[in-house]
Design a protein around this ligand. Sequence first.
Ligand code: NAP
Length: 473
Amino acid sequence: MKQSLWINGTNHETEVYKPLYSPFDGKKLAEVAAATDEDVKLAIEAAYRARKTMAEMPAYQRAEILERVTAQLKEEREECARLIAEESAKPLKAARAEVDRTIMTYTFAANEARRIHGETVPLDGAPGGEGRLAYTIREPLGVIAAITPFNFPMNLVAHKVGPAIAAGNTVVLKPASQTPLSSYKIAQYFQKAGLPAGALNVVTGSGKTVGDALINDERVKKVTFTGSPAVGRYIRENAGLKRVTLELGSNSAVIVDQEVDIAKIIPRIVSGAFAYQGQVCISVQRIFVHESLFEAFSKAFVAEAKKLRVGNPLEEETDVSALISREDVKRAKGWVDEAVARGAELALGGVEEDAVLHPTVLLHAELTEKVSCEEIFAPVVHINRFSSFNEALEMVNQSQFGLQAGVYTNDVNRAFKAARTLEVGGVMINDIPTFRVDNMPYGGVKLSGTGREGIKYAIEEMTELKLVSFKLD
Ligand code: NAP
């Protein structure tokens, strides 16, 4: 299959096409267009020209377009799940769950499109403000550049395209090079749903080439980026006065306090650590267990993790499959070996098999080891003990990241203390940090980024607040 760019509502040929391979077995999936600087300019031009049409489109029409996209996703759920599984090696079960979440995300976007509104402002609260009626309205920004990672190729695109279209913006979308096909599929759905030409353009190619062309163009009013901290920092430093939302990585932690029923929570924590091979920005990477439960917890956790089926992402039974690249297998395995050489105990895994790293559990890794303090983005987790709850909170905060944290405790005072103390964008009491539904505010602090997604919150960042004041007679 040859996949061209999607610009101004039509396929756009370019000079260079690059082969796309399955991360699991290396099978060739497609030849994908690699956009030049000129191609990106054309896409921006198309989005720029479409911005007035979109800004003038009534809310109900924007909502209906989004609803028609969800209808197509529902109809082709299985086809979409297979596409995600093939290009990203996400096991089918997880790929289906991603399609379901994508449907929810566009549904929320359709709902929010209908209720974007401002408020009245009591200007007479200040001397000199009397005799006026004032209100705010929210206007679309215009052209938004959306840059997305490989790990949720449909749903993270939905978290950018959904609110952008809901608010009447236009989009140039740059998906990750490993997972472009899901984005082209979505562009087709929007086309069939009646989105005006130019309102959504998809440009694939080198992150640096496409990224720079988007970041440096004055017509682009906002860059919304999900991906690694290094690229996020580069965008922030080069985006000038554009608005920037950055959804970056983490090394998320969960605390298991004393007297918690561990049998009840272990399957959930195992899934938080190993779902999609740990390549989730809120994957459980660090587990802190009260010393009274540490031995029992570690044993039961390893026993549960052993049940995971490793294999082909397209097989129904598979829980864990290939990492996105062989280099990532080498990198993650290297970090595990390094931690073990310096005293961590390998309780499970550490085994490399072609493109797969088997689920790996370490005990007592130092918090300064890369497996702990860097984002591993692989099926690797470590379990450490703590003796006081305050110590556990400190260990969670001892991180350059701060996306979400989970705390299992039966003590309400400790729960409130955790909620106040943890330096993260979201605290999940009695749950794993890997919890997300698509209408909640989502985003991080520290190196995990700035800004929030979750449709309503993304819309706030994708609109300009305008004040209107009427001086009355
Ligand atoms: P990545 O390497 O940073 O890539 C993300 C996107 O940025 C890709 O489309 C990539 O294109 C593009 N890119 C690369 N270099 C660029 C540049 N110089 N300028 C502009 N764009 C550039 O991240 P990834 O490996 O795909 O994804 C994993 C990371 O995403 C992890 O750190 C994970 O935690 C984070 N993430 C965060 C969230 C969240 O919501 N906080 C959610 C999911 C993932 P190419 O593919 O062509 O290089």
